[in-house]
Design a protein around this ligand. Structure first.
Ligand code: HEC
Length: 322
């Protein structure tokens, strides 16, 4: 129920007021029903109020969702409150207990049947609970993996050493060949999924234009490399849902997520693509990632170009050294 806003700063007061109004409403209803001779018995009223507070109000009204452990605390506190209410006087307490005592006494056919069913269900339920909690579980143990471990200072690819702090993407250049880190944004229109070119008919915006030069031409070449090598895992939309993705743990990176290439320096990505999962330092669990070490299959230029394509397609900028 997020349409009814919780006012920031007054949320606890609002919650207590709302609950009080609901309970007042219930009391009025019950009072009117009692007048008409069909009042809800105390026992069921108590259960209904408890269910309303815990299974409806706290679960669906309060947002963001409250974790179960916290709801369990509220459940206990509200049960205590309800007990205080139903045991306010001797008569009320007797009225509350009456259905329970009736079932235990089993004086007529109806209460006797309920008692028999309960006597059968209780041990079966307890047995099932005990069985379930003793059953061994075959789930994988949790692995804590650093997704973005600290990169090395330098990395050697195809015999050449790259200093990660100073290396530059050689293809992030404008049509005059000048390095321009913000070039891409001028040529795409922001879209939540996928990128749209500003002007499909312009060789500056459309990578498939035969006259495309510089940056935008390299994007196309990177795209070709991507669809020949990477999309099986990282997906057609670069969202990590490739054909093979579901077989792996950790799953392939989702480049459209703000937590991957958007927050990495381009040289970090270069190092990751060149060295793959196997080249990750110990904290990154190198043996668990299937990301291939692409230096074994691609040239340095191809690696830079495919990285260009990933940034172009997702519309993100590489992070700069700040
Ligand atoms: C066999 C599946 C597979 C293929 C093919 C593959 N990757 Fe990956 N890739 C992964 C997995 C799994 C991860 C996540 C685990 C990790 O970080 O190593 C990953 C992670 C990455 C990351 C790191 C992102 C981050 O946030 O740290 C980059 C960059 C990347 N891949 C680029 C590529 C490029 C470029 C290609 C193609 C040249 C490619 N991948 C092909 C499986 C694959």
């Amino acid at each position: 129920m997020t349409w009814l806003k919780l006012v920031e700063g007054y949320m606890p007061m609002q919650m207590i007021t709302e609950l009080a109004v609901c309970i007042l409403f219930f009391s009025i209803c019950n009072y009117l029903l009692k007048k008409a001779g069909i009042g809800v018995p105390k026992f069921w009223a108590g259960i209904l109020v408890w269910c309303f507070v815990n299974l409806f109000y706290l679960k669906y009204r309060i947002y963001p969702p409250i974790p179960f452990s916290v709801r369990a605390i509220y459940g206990t506190v509200s049960a205590c409150g309800i007990f205080m209410w139903v045991s306010g006087s001797q008569e009320e307490w007797l009225e509350f207990k009456r259905p329970i005592i009736n079932v235990l006494d089993g004086n007529n056919f109806f209460t006797k049947s309920i008692r028999t069913v309960l006597l059968l269900l209780l041990p079966i339920g307890l047995g099932a609970f005990a069985y379930n909690s003793l059953l061994p579980s075959f789930e994988e143990p949790i692995e804590l993996r650093t997704v973005h471990p600290a990169p090395p200072a330098t990395t050697k690819v195809h015999g050449k050493t790259y200093v990660l702090q100073t290396a530059q993407q050689p293809y992030r250049i404008d049509t005059d060949g000048k390095y321009d880190p913000a070039y891409s944004n001028a040529h795409i229109v922001d879209q939540s999924m996928g990128r749209l070119m500003k002007d499909v008919n312009s060789a500056e915006d459309n990578p498939w234009d035969p006259n495309a030069k510089g940056y935008i031409k390299h994007v196309r070449e990177g795209g070709e490399i991507f669809f020949q090598n990477c999309h099986f895992c990282h997906g057609d939309n670069l969202n990590g849902r490739g054909l093979w993705a579901f077989a792996f743990n950790p799953i392939p990176a989702n480049f459209t997520d703000a937590g991957t290439i958007a927050q990495l320096q381009e040289t970090f990505v270069f190092w990751r693509v060149a060295k793959g999962g196997i080249g990750l330092p110990g904290e990154g669990f190198p043996w668990a990632s299937v990301m291939p070490p692409w230096e074994q299959h691609l040239t340095v230029d191809e690696i830079w170009k495919v990285i260009m394509f990933e940034y172009w397609h997702t519309g993100y900028y590489p992070r700069t050294w700040d």
